[in-house]
Write a protein that binds this ligand. Structure first.
Ligand SMILES: C[S@@+](CC[C@H](N)C(=O)[O-])C[C@H]1O[C@@H](n2cnc3c(N)ncnc32)[C@H](O)[C@@H]1O
Length: 313
């Protein structure tokens, strides 16, 4: 509410921009993360070190969600007994870096497999593996470019632990990906996935872009993955049982409003398509309003959010 009322205060200053830009952008654009095309995802890339790091918040947002996910999964089926672990849509390796830095006991013989549709994400993960040549835990990580909806490299019933962090919830054909999860999971295996249910950096900060220019509104997590009930129903509808969904608080720390705004514009995958055709002064106008908004609304340097973490058999 605090964020909303602050936004209403800055809104009148934004009006002149709205009209010209709304008229100039008529292309159909994604309204949910799941509308983002495979082509856009396959060009998406970030390194964990690209995200804002605040000295007061030791873990970055993706790792905060992954840590809750890993502990919840471990409580259902300990990683100490894992025969093989698969991380679907692994990105730059958030899940494995969080797992290897955590207190969770891991079977030292379990292969750690990963896939992602973005070659650049996989290259970033390979760089991390190569930077740990003498660490047998990292040299056990094998990651390839592969579509989650057709995991031809993974044999059926082969994975004791199947994980997907902020991955399957973003895939348009999540049903096809979940069918693949059920195929590759070992009979007594466990599956866990996460989504982002609330994120001030998306709805409040990047939302300003859509308030200036309604046809350029930023997409967000599909509604079905934003509530505990919807998330659980989605897993059950796809044949999973013993479904449990929990909330995990997220905190995106930032050193300055300027830094967080620039970072969001740099790392979010849909920015190039959403801003196509915008003039430099229009973009700068949005960024200025975002910086003002962040400075006024979040003086403590933290943008709040909430992840949902689901586990199932
Ligand atoms: C928000 S990122 C999360 C990455 C990582 N799991 C993390 O927590 O940092 C979403 C990831 O899903 C990947 N992705 C999107 N569609 C995919 C698909 N059909 N198959 C495999 N990966 C996909 C993207 O390339 C991206 O790396």
């Amino acid at each position: 509410m605090r964020a909303l009322s602050k936004f209403v205060q800055v809104l009148p200053r934004l009006q002149p921009f709205c009209i010209s830009a709304a008229m100039s952008a008529e292309v159909s654009r994604p309204t949910e993360f799941a509308d983002i095309s495979k082509i856009t995802w396959s060009k998406f890339s970030y390194k964990l070190t690209d995200l804002v790091n605040d000295p007061h918040i030791p873990l970055q947002v993706p790792s905060q969600a992954a840590l809750v996910q890993l502990h919840l999964t471990d409580s259902i089926l300990p990683f100490a007994s894992a025969s093989s672990i698969l991380d679907i849509a692994c990105g730059p390796g958030t899940v494995y870096s969080t797992l290897l830095d955590s207190s969770i006991t891991l079977n030292p013989n379990a292969p750690l497999l990963g896939n992602d549709i973005s070659p650049s994400m996989i290259a970033n993960l390979h760089e991390t593996i190569a930077s740990h040549p003498n660490d047998p835990r990292w040299t056990r990580v094998h990651a390839i470019v592969e579509d989650a909806t057709s995991m031809t490299s993974i044999p059926s019933s082969s994975q004791s632990h199947v994980l997907s962090a902020l991955g399957i919830c973003n895939i348009p054909s999540s049903d096809a990906a979940l069918l693949e999860v059920r195929r590759v999971m070992a009979p007594c295996g466990v599956f866990s996935m996460t989504s982002i249910a609330k994120a001030a950096w998306m709805t409040d900060v990047m939302g300003i872009l859509g308030n200036f220019y309604p046809t350029r509104a930023v997409p967000f997590t599909s509604a079905k993955w934003r509530t505990k009930e919807g998330f659980a129903a989605e897993l059950e509808r796809n044949g999973f049982v013993d479904v449990l969904v929990e909330e995990a608080e997220l905190r995106m720390g930032f050193a300055s409003p300027e830094e967080i705004v620039e970072t969001l514009w740099r790392v979010l995958p849909f920015i190039p398509s959403l801003t196509e055709g915008m003039r430099r002064d229009e973009i700068e106008g949005v960024k200025d309003a975002q910086v003002r908004f962040v400075r006024e609304t979040y003086p403590d340097g933290i943008l709040p959010g909430m992840a949902l973490v689901g586990v199932a058999r």
